[in-house]
Design a protein around this ligand. Structure first.
Ligand SMILES: NC(=O)c1ccc[n+]([C@@H]2O[C@H](COP(=O)([O-])OP(=O)(O)OC[C@H]3O[C@@H](n4cnc5c(N)ncnc54)[C@H](O)[C@@H]3O)[C@@H](O)[C@H]2O)c1
Length: 454
């Protein structure tokens, strides 16, 4: 384990070549509910000029170029070779067979005027039958599922789906992004440890193998980068990490950092920077969408609450500042409350203390829209994990920690939760890709001049 000061900087000194994003990019999504339909519908609406990609770094964010600081900040999409929105093709799996228009209406996030403008495009996207196991999502059941003799058989079916989707849409590349329901809390067991134990488990229908792991297994074997937007165990499974290295596939997760945790990872570094003490942080939410219904089950809730609890300790470092943070009481609650639908409301009460220990309080009331916050993150991670694949970066991509509540990092790399430090890591990698693209262009120009002068 590295000490904080020794955390390796992600950007290597020499830029590796990056393959150009030519051709169409398939975005395959297990779980086509509120987040997925808001993402897909949003991209379709943006393509038609019906809205702007607000919140997406890949579309609106800027980067100051290490190589040419005099040029000032440049739009990321102008200097980093990313797939274009027009080249994205969407597909996926769900346990309900609603097309994306019906699913978006059910999710109740995008308003009718937006949906009217993209109705036929959304109706053309239908989910494939899902790999589903009720033991992992207690509160849901649906008719649109695969059946197979074993979990290996189900994985083979997902692989065939991927191959057929690629051929049918003439795709150059694909990525897979889990936007499915939160699976019940689980921890790695013997079946997850090695590729051979995992494959034996697939053949023997081991109950420790969750549906998300079956999708990830199929994705890796088909060479697709895999992203996990939920607090599932998936990309922490050592067997899947080893497979990703073996097949040179990038992995990233977990649990999109959208609302309350995003604010938490901004405020906590401010308290730490000013050496203000924190006695307690009480966070509660009401949420009424299908995600909230799934989280009403104690095992799913446990997965989410553990994911939400991690950030504070990492940022505040009570071991270094015992007078300020050793007795911190941190509590996170999520309450299913149907009237609110996707419009989550979060409250934070933060008990802080200052000079001579005098107490103060900070109150936050965040009236957010869960999927509106999540959709731009899905777009960014889809484009950035595709960039990783084209750059030859495989295994866990800790430079994408910016997007997650519980970033999963490779062994030896410290987890970073501070949003601004995460952004620095992200910028460093994007700069590396931008420099590689400049070098590619220079080499191309050089060869062209030599050919012309012959
Ligand atoms: N919206 C946010 O701000 C946010 C933030 C972080 C994480 N997340 C996570 O993103 C995920 C999606 O959230 P949502 O609001 O879209 O939920 P949702 O319930 O609207 O959509 C999830 C979809 O997954 C489907 N599904 C469940 N198991 C599946 C399986 N095995 N295969 C295929 N489909 C399956 C469900 O039928 C449903 O349509 C959840 O796990 C949620 O916790 C959301």
């Amino acid at each position: 384990m590295y000490k904080r000061s020794e955390v390796p900087h992600d950007a290597a000194k020499t830029p590796t070549p990056v393959a150009s994003p030519e051709g169409r990019l398939g975005v395959l999504i297990p779980g086509m509910g509120a987040v997925a339909t808001t993402f897909i519908g949003g991209v379709l609406a943006i393509r038609r000029g019906l809205g702007k990609p607000i919140g997406a770094l890949s579309q609106m964010g800027t980067l100051s170029m290490d190589r040419a600081p005099s040029e000032g900040d440049r739009l990321i999409r102008d200097v980093v070779p990313l797939a274009r929105l027009d080249d994205l093709v969407f597909g996926g799996w769900d346990i309900f067979d609603d097309d994306m228009y019906a699913a978006a209406v059910h999710a109740g996030v995008l308003a009718q005027p937006t949906l009217d403008g993209i109705r036929s495009d959304l109706q053309a996207i239908r989910p494939m039958p899902a790999v589903f196991d009720r033991r992992y999502v207690n509160r849901l059941d649906g008719p649109h599922t695969k059946s197979g003799r074993t979990k290996m058989d189900l994985a083979d079916q997902v692989r065939r789906d991927i191959q057929a989707f690629k051929a049918a849409n003439g795709l150059a590349r694909m990525v897979m992004i889990w936007c499915g329901s939160t699976e019940s809390y689980s921890q790695p067991g013997p079946v997850h440890q090695t590729i051979s134990s995992f494959e034996a488990g697939l053949k023997a229908d081991d109950p420790g193998i969750a549906p998300s792991m079956i999708y990830a297994y199929a994705a890796i074997l088909e060479g697709l980068p895999f992203v996990n937007g939920a607090p599932n165990l998936t990309e922490e499974v050592p067997a899947l990490q080893a497979m990703a290295q073996q097949h040179e596939v990038p992995l990233s997760g977990k649990d999109f950092k959208t609302g309350q945790t995003m604010i938490k990872t901004v405020l906590a570094p401010a308290f730490r920077a000013r050496l203000l003490g924190v006695a307690g942080w009480f966070s509660t939410n009401i949420l009424g969408n299908r995600d909230g219904e799934v989280l009403d089950d104690p095992q799913a809730l446990k997965a989410k609450e553990i994911s939400k609890l991690g950030a504070l300790e990492h940022i505040l470092q009570p071991e270094l500042f015992p007078d300020l943070y050793a007795d911190l009481h941190h509590s996170v609650k999520i309450n299913y409350y149907p009237p609110r639908g996707d419009n989550k409301e979060g409250w934070d009460n933060i008990d802080i203390f200052g000079w001579l220990g005098y107490p103060m309080q900070v109150k936050i009331n965040f009236l957010c829209r869960d999927s509106i916050l999540a959709a731009p993150l899905v777009l960014d991670v889809a484009l950035f994990i595709d960039l990783a694949a084209r750059s030859g970066w495989h295994g866990l991509q800790d430079w994408l920690s910016f997007y997650y509540k519980s970033p999963v990092t490779p062994a030896g790399v410290l987890v970073e939760h501070d949003l601004f430090k995460q952004r620095e890591r992200l910028n460093a990698r994007l700069n590396q890709a931008a420099q590689a693209a400049v070098r590619n262009a220079e080499m191309y120009a050089h060869h062209k001049t030599r050919r012309l002068s012959k």
